[in-house]
Write a protein that binds this ligand. Structure first.
Ligand SMILES: [Zn+2]
Length: 287
């Protein structure tokens, strides 16, 4: 998809599963299992879909999140039913004509493992030292989120894996985004800060000539999460997530903003409509 100066694609980096009850919070299983069928361990299928945005004017190539990467051990692969090939991120980027050295910037929406695992890879087969996967790229994270990462709540501590992001910090690749509203480091990309899932989750909002696209990360992890009360139990501040979802849905209804989700197993991007009762996917958009 072309939006102004940006050529944008979804990047398929693999599949995993999380507990369906945790994914849908207070929604009864009798309701969510109709839209997202659980396996024998009550887990639902999720994708990991970063975005790649090529700035056709400046030449910058911006990766938005990285998927979970490939540093998983056997226990993690089993617990989360991870299906990903070695360096699937690199293979997917190559399929879109993007070489490793082309990636100039990586915007990390937040540092949970399913969004930033691809920032690093094991240095060698001993699998005990992680090194930056894209040593030539600047990695952008909002200051308030980085501060939270260093002292996470007990509630979301398990979602932060130091092997994914400490090598980035130690290599001097970390760049901090300031402010609320944030000072975007990218031309013609606004950053929308959402705080309900985790503090200062930074969502890129592309906009040009009436065409708008928001990458929703974990604000709307899948299109099954479009209804306002369908909020994950993982969220630190679920009431704030409700407000943020309402604000984004209003923009979808008023201006036709397209939503690109991080985890929907079927659809990468969609136009959203109000069917009179709830928000629904009006049209899947290729991305
Ligand atoms: Zn996620």
């Amino acid at each position: 998809m072309i939006i102004g100066r940006y050529e944008i694609h979804s990047v398929a980096t693999g599949l995993f599963r999380l507990d369906g009850g945790a994914m849908f919070g207070v929604v009864p299983k009798a309701m969510w299992e109709r839209v997202s069928a659980p396996d024998e361990h009550n887990r639902i299928q999720l994708a990991m879909r970063p975005l790649i945005a090529r700035d056709t004017r400046s030449g910058r190539v911006i990766l938005v999140d990285t998927g979970g990467g490939d540093k998983w051990g056997p226990e993690e692969i089993e617990r989360f039913a991870i299906e990903t090939a070695p360096d699937q991120l690199g293979t997917a980027l190559a399929g879109l004509g993007v070489r490793d050295q082309d990636v100039t910037d990586i915007l990390i929406t937040h540092l949970h493992f399913d969004h930033n695992g691809g920032l690093t890879r094991w240095a060698d087969e001993r699998r005990n030292v992680a090194v930056p996967r894209f040593p030539g790229a600047k990695v952008w994270i909002h200051r308030a989120h980085w501060q939270h990462t260093k002292a996470p709540l007990e509630k979301d501590r398990a979602s932060f894996l130091k092997r994914d992001f400490m090598p980035i910090f130690e290599a001097g690749l970390l760049n901090v985004i300031e402010g609320n509203p944030p000072d975007s480091p990218f031309d013609e990309i606004r950053l929308y800060l959402a705080h309900g899932h985790t503090p200062a989750m930074s969502l890129p909002w592309f906009s040009h000539d009436g065409l708008e696209l928001l990458y929703t990360s974990d604000l709307f992890p899948t299109y099954a999460h479009l209804p306002v009360p369908w909020v994950m139990a993982y969220d630190n501040r679920p009431l704030q997530t409700l407000q943020e979802k309402k604000e984004v849905l209003k923009a979808c209804y008023d201006r036709g903003v397209l939503l690109a989700t991080a985890h929907d197993p079927q659809i990468a991007c969609a136009r959203i409509a109000d069917d009179g009762k709830r928000p629904v996917v009006q049209e899947a958009i290729p991305l």
